[in-house]
Design a protein around this ligand. Sequence first.
Ligand code: SAH
Ligand code: SF4
Length: 340
Amino acid sequence: MDIKKLAVFMKENGAPAFRIKQARDAVFKHFAASWDEVPVLPAPLREALHRSVRIHSVDTLETLVSKKGDAVKFCFGLKDDHKIETVLLNLMPEKWSLCISTQVGCPVRCPFCATGRKGLKRNLSPEEITDQFLAAAHYLKKTRQQKITNVIFMGMGEPFLNYESVAEAIKAISDPDRIGLGHRHISVSTAGHVPGIRRYAKDFPQCNLAISLHAVEDALRTSLVPLNSTYPLGQLTKALTDYIFSTKRRVFVEYVMLEGINSSRSQAARLNSWLRTVAAPKYFVVNLIPYNRTGSLYRAPARERVKVFADLLTEMGIEVTTRKSMGEDIAGACGQLAGE
Ligand code: SAH
Ligand code: SF4
């Protein structure tokens, strides 16, 4: 919901300041999805709001729950009929991470990613980004009486190619007068947009940063993440070194495992050396993401190979986690979001 629009409307209708706060809290703190759910407001005001102020700028078209119940994918419709997807992940008991989209499609066009295949349709507005949270929080409250504990900007799109809107959304999500989630519970994942990383370090030093690395040689990385031709590894190294120096925070490194492409023993050793040129190993957590099927020609390595790669990195002193695929049965796993 656009709070400026709410404030203007309330003033025009002669509602006192405390009514604005009641309406804002109902939406951002109690996750009301319709003004009918806000009995503290007088009925005539509710009706007027109903006619003039939309709570969600995204319409829930479909809600899919994985068989295990640990992932929920929302398909949202936008006012110009584009569709986006948002995924709730139950990573630990009582903990829910929300994976939010920032663009309709993505201009980076990584060949293994379903979002990238469509190219960019348009950027999302700050309201459309924040409202994914409000709609998912409403669902979680109603169906399970639980709350979203973490937000990851890792859905459709490259967040730093829509920096202004993402920054506004982070403010809405963390503002104590609105949703109030702490910066440490918010993460942004980038394909390696160097100016974005530098800005983010200044604007949100307490938030988390994830880098989709996937390879540490320029030719290979450019073929996997075409943005690498604009911001090659040399520039990324410097940006990450500076990021770690100024924020003193760990960086999460995403590494999609593709059979025969980037998953050999020697590539594990090269990854280790590259990380050490950026900063001390304690500043990294490497997340291995076995490739999820998206209809491309890539394949995931056998489970054994992923384990060998992970064990090698561990022996070299790098913290490693292997992402278990969640929500694959609802096409809600990493890289599978296409808004279809
Ligand atoms: N554009 C941003 C954030 C969204 S992509 C970025 O690239 O970081 C979220 C993550 O899913 C990225 O790490 C991406 O590399 C990964 N991913 C994309 N397609 C995938 C696939 N088919 N299998 C596994 N991971 C994939
Ligand atoms: Fe865009 Fe990220 Fe998909 Fe690459 S992996 S196409 S950057 S959404």
